[in-house]
Design a protein around this ligand. Sequence first.
Ligand code: ZN
Ligand code: ZN
Ligand code: FE
Length: 761
Amino acid sequence: MNSKSSNTITIQGTVQGVGFRPFVYRTAIEYSITGSVSNNSGGVIIHAFGNANSMAGFIQSIKTNAPVLARITNIDVSEKTTGKQPPEFLIVESEQDGPNRIDITADTGVCDSCLAEMLDPQNRRFGHPFINCTDCGPRYTIIKELPYDRVHTTMAQFPMCNACKKEYDDPRNRRYHAQPICCNKCGPTLALTDSLGKHISTYDPILSAIALLQQGKIVAIKGIGGFHLACRADASETVRLLRQKKQREEKPFALMVETVAQAQNLAFVSLHENQLLLSRERPIVILKKKPSPLTICDAVAPHMTTLGIMLPYTPIQHLLFKSGISMPLVMTSANISDQPICYCNAEAYESLGNIADAFLTHDRDIYIRNDDSIVRIIDDAPVIMRRSRGFVPQSLPTPKPVDSLVALGGVLKSTVAVGRGNNCYCSHYLGSIETLEDLDAMDKTIHHLTHALNVEPTGFVCDLHPQSLVLSYANQQGRPVTAIQHHHAHAAACMAENEIPGDALCIVFDGTGYGDDGTIWGSEFLHATYTSYTRLGHMSYLSLPGGDEAIRNPGRIALAGLAPILGKEVFTAMPWMPDFEKQAILDMVASNTNGPKSCGMGRLFDAVSALLGICTHRSFEGQPAMLLEGAVAEHETGAYGSPLGFDESGISIDAGAMLGEIWYDLKEKTPAPVIAARFHTTLAQATAAAATICAQECNNKNVCLCGGVFQNAVLVTRLVPLLKQSGLIPYVHRRMPPNDESISYGQLVIAGAREVEKLRS
Ligand code: ZN
Ligand code: ZN
Ligand code: FE
């Protein structure tokens, strides 16, 4: 017998602004359910009436067929016996029943349906450069505050035409309540300007921009989260000029190609990488470069064995490729050196006028900037190297409530994080916070996130480092400030992301972080909980002769490390370094002056890379390690003796011993790629052995690998099986980057857990 059933269904997660109510409406019609659906502050609420069989199908379909951008975190179904069955199913207006607690969605690449319409001459949005629907388009970058309505976005200045309004109001339409909805008649307009921002009169800005690009010009193109600087990737003069003007010596440029097949002309693309390239997030995917691809010049990614490639994601980018661009384009964030990406028209003309020959721009404002995300496959699954467009502001879990806390992150590769309930909302990539301008951008981001999430900050969290702009900012907010040690934050972020309860052994390998003893840390074996940690071991300290100069010129670190082992023989190492410089370095080491000490694992990679002559001069952060990894002879399985030992602070990896072994191998004329492989294997073995000892001490099998060094695929791929062989359970970052972008997340998690602990005691 088919009995009557009535239910109240409450759905939480990212369920507003993603076409959820019309989806529920269509599903209800399909299953002959009557009742209503509405938004409220906590999510979506459905009152459903029908027979029991249909009800089961209806609820199942909501769970499994939700719109692409929806993320359901919780569905609650409660039996309801009261109320009369209504004759039809309705979408009713939002119930304002308290403070807004909904999630805003990430910016998403144009969907297949919109793309097909844009390319269909019969469609009224044929060639429309701003086409979007509830499944795609800009969100995070155009929303000013909640509720997510057109008036609260940068589309407010464009009134809908009648045709668009009709679609907007029709629950059966794909654009029902799509806030950025527009068309050729009512939407923003494209413009082409010269380098000063003066309009260039043209019938079709896209075709004119294509002509300029084909001629080898640099065109600044407005995207979702800012401007790109684009030029053809095969024009070596242009690419070199772009490097010079952008003051970017060797850091690789990202490429954009139209299809996966074109990416395959340049690089090896696995099935997994293929999916990543085509994913809605449309990140830059780091791919293994094919030998000398013809359609790109060397200046795109000097000395690199990888390429960063993405596919078009905005309608404008698609139009460029569909209307004439056939070669790969350099598509690099439009900024100078490490400054934030430009996102306002006026600001772009001012700061990019010297770089770009022309601007392909428009009058829809970007409210908050957002760089391209970067992803690479490590150990058969994606690892995010930069988490921005497409991912931000998806929430991350926290073990304890973090409500109304704001974490300010680290100093380099910074992000900020805002807490609401048991969720952490991590911002887009902010870059370094070293100037007042950077601080302004950080402040604006905090305002944006707290407004969009409806959070009033009650406390701030920042790094332990006693001197930083960020700390003084925190102290000016008139709220309590909590300071968290850098590597503890790394550890907590990895534990929280992997939802590890209680405690774990966390191995944190990175470049630099301020230790709780005032020294520079960066190779930590921590037994961590969400509130505290014990340091069980680390790498021996390396001398950095000349401080920052040793970072730029990492042969100095190698020389200082080798000196105690080699004595006078050290003068024969690294023949490219002049003897007078070597003598000066040795003097600094001997007198213990001007040589800060660091146990940052990144510094060992720098030193090895320089010692092998692979990267003797660092022109961007991480370059020596990237080139060293790229040089590895894949099939080499040899390794050096174990560099493990013990000292007063616990287990120790002897960096000097490894440098010594490498030196003797080099003297035997062993090729650098073989040595690079042996170094990675030795470090993996030493780390696994140290982890096994530390895990026993912690009485815990869970091992978190975090810190920027674990962006190294060779190291991770060699270390993970060794840990498993020892009966340990390795965890890596998959939702946040292993690097300092995770610091704000970890800070928030620890501050929340400590508050709970304080309340208990
Ligand atoms: Zn769409
Ligand atoms: Zn319209
Ligand atoms: Fe770090």
